[in-house]
Design a protein around this ligand. Sequence first.
Ligand SMILES: [Zn+2]
Length: 315
Amino acid sequence: MSNNKPMPAATEITAPFWEGLKAERLLIQQCNACDHWVFYPRRHCPSCLAHDLTWRDVSGGATLYSFTVARIATLPDFADEMPQKLAVVELDEGVRINTTLVGLDESEIQIGMRLQPVFAQVDEQGRRLLRFTGLDKDVQSLQQASMTDQAATEPAPAADAPRQIALDDDVGLQSLVSEAFSDWSNEIVVDQALIDAFAALSGDDYWIHTDPERARKESPFGGTIAHGALVQVLQSRLKLALGYEITGFTSMVNYGSDRLRFPAPVPAGSRIHARARVKSVERLKRGTQLTLELNTHVVGQERPSVINELVILYM
Ligand SMILES: [Zn+2]
């Protein structure tokens, strides 16, 4: 898994908290002078100002204090997590923690509900982030969920058997022409590893694609983005739900493209999918030419990332 998401940097004061998470333990400071629980980590007790705090294990039992559902990614790197359930959670010790709810549908989230911690593993080095979920959820599977390869393709929606149209059936071919797009294809993840592989293959290793640190600071997109040409060729991995099949030809060639545009960026880590429509069918001397307008979008985005008017020649 490739992941450009910003990661917490442990400091001398906060390191025990992050090390605790790695070991699936929730450690919170408590003041030895007045018993006050302290979070975020500090040198002194905010209640009595004593410089005498001890890290202690707590159960993680908690209550949802407040939440919001973010539908637009705060950084492009989080596009794959939308919608994100950002929450303030109150531990039974009384301290509040900013976190993310996982494994919960929006309809299940209620202020005041009981929660349990999820030590979500986020990289191969074993780093974990503290998240929360409902008491009836399977914590073990949620802890690993962020490590599973989300590129696993979902099957294309079960389409009815495609309509077969013979190449010599003019009326049938013209009936394919439509303003309406097909259903969406399967989804795939365009992660940094894929972008890096394409940069190596194509020789286009411009920093806006390959340097997450610099892109976070300098790119207008707030992070790295995929090459337009990469997103274009990934069309081969997207199974279109066209609903027809042309029969009765001896060869079919990709004749090129009438129009190719990259109107919107694909941030690293995005899921993409595509849909298409038949724009025109023409019978020419060289064969029957079908123009397929194929649009690839970041999942959930109105504006396409690639518009490709593919010309397919049947002979
Ligand atoms: Zn104190």
